[in-house]
Ligand binder design. Sequence first.
Ligand SMILES: C[S@@+](CC[C@H](N)C(=O)[O-])C[C@H]1O[C@@H](n2cnc3c(N)ncnc32)[C@H](O)[C@@H]1O
Length: 245
Amino acid sequence: MADATLAKSFLNAGEDYDRFRPGFPEEAADAVVPTPVATALDLGAGTGKFTERLIGRASHVVAVEPSQQMLAVLRAKLPDVEAHIGTAESIPASDQSVDVVTVAQAFHWFDREPACAEIRRVLVPGGTLGLLWNRADPQCSWDRACSRIAHPWLSDEMPVSNAAQDELRGFTMATHREVPWQERITRADYVARWLTVSSFMAASDAERERMVGEVERILDTDPATAGRDELDLPQITDLYVYRAD
Ligand SMILES: C[S@@+](CC[C@H](N)C(=O)[O-])C[C@H]1O[C@@H](n2cnc3c(N)ncnc32)[C@H](O)[C@@H]1O
């Protein structure tokens, strides 16, 4: 199971998370939901950064998220989405009622066995499970160095999305793709983004200050970022598409 302290760090996140975190490319949503479906459910939906990509791809979009603060932002932003407080281990949806379940940047927080059983329960037979993660592009030395401050236990060879590569009980993997994309971000927003990452949020004030200082030092010294107010940030969205057996 994921570290409970880190997972709970999102309980008090919300507006900053929505403002500073990256979204997801259309191409990733196209790969998970290539043709329109009746019902799609975004699990661990946060403030709706991937949920909004489901609008137009499903007639009925449902968001499930344990944090009141995150869900309040989602409800204000996406009033047509049916939003529920809930968890992956106890999904507030009836049996075989959903065509597609998506999980963006959240599957590694779930208690995998009960979560997979719940996802399998709410999906129609043959339904789709899409798991997505944004991660640093390994070619981008400064972003990779900053990622190591947040996730010192991860190596380039083993990003967090590797959580998905095991077999999932009740599912067969249909696709694994890496979608490269790029965004332009101000240096100030890039630094603020790190403050919405669980390990920064869960750190003591002194430790957080040290971590932010490290990020600033990297940006001051890397030739691609030194002296720049705006940064071109390449990213990769890893996506895994499974079918319910
Ligand atoms: C990194 S955020 C991702 C939010 C959103 N999907 C996105 O891509 O911006 C992880 C989310 O997973 C949620 N979460 C943590 N544990 C969960 C669980 N057991 N079931 C459902 N969601 C959970 C957190 O509250 C948080 O909103």
